[in-house]
Write a protein of this length. Structure first.
Length: 181
């Protein structure tokens, strides 16, 4: 039984890792509206991400509660009104984590609440559709989101920044992104 579970897990990891090689989204790409594949708040309630209209900032992070991610996201929360003043309709934080972890992280980072949305891409389907997945098995146990920021007008990507080293915070820092708007 153990070998069957191990074999199945290895096959699933191999299949998911194959998604890592998909083409990375770029400026001018369109983000497709997803049928329910991600979750927000509740683990049993998938949500649609509709990118038909509005200007949004999508922040991809390798993992909730990790050091660099927990340093990066509070600045997006504190600068939310400045992003709104520059025409951003919403900020989404996306991680390959489950909904319980994302909700707990949101509550830890913003105990008073925040309009920043915390999206659980628990299967990695959204970030893999963008080609922004990397194999973080040695540190985080499996494939995770690259550290990225996408600014999109409707479905069209107008700006994208991807950190070469997911442990670094340079081009995806909130101040850097805000200066581009």
């Amino acid at each position: 039984m153990t070998s069957l579970i191990g074999s199945t897990a290895q096959a699933a990891h191999s299949a998911f890792s194959a998604l890592i090689s998909t083409a990375e989204v770029h400026r001018g790409s369109e983000i497709k509206t997803l049928t329910p594949q991600v979750k927000e708040g509740a683990a049993d309630t998938p949500v649609n991400l509709n990118f038909a209209e509005g200007r949004r900032v999508i922040v991809g992070v390798p993992g909730a509660f990790t050091g660099t991610c927990s340093k990066q996201i509070p600045t997006y929360i504190s600068l939310y009104d400045q992003f709104k003043a520059r025409g951003v309709s919403e900020i989404l934080v996306v991680a390959v984590n489950d909904a319980f972890v994302m909700q707990a992280w949101k509550e830890k980072l913003a105990p008073e609440g925040t309009p920043v949305r915390f999206i659980a891409d628990d299967q990695g389907l959204f970030v893999s559709s963008l080609g922004l997945v990397f194999d973080a098995t040695p540190l985080l146990g499996g494939p995770r989101s690259k550290r990225f920021v996408i600014v999109a007008d409707g479905p069209k990507v107008t700006t994208i920044a991807v950190e070469k080293d997911p442990g670094q915070l340079t081009s995806t820092d909130a101040h850097a992104v805000l200066s581009l708007l």
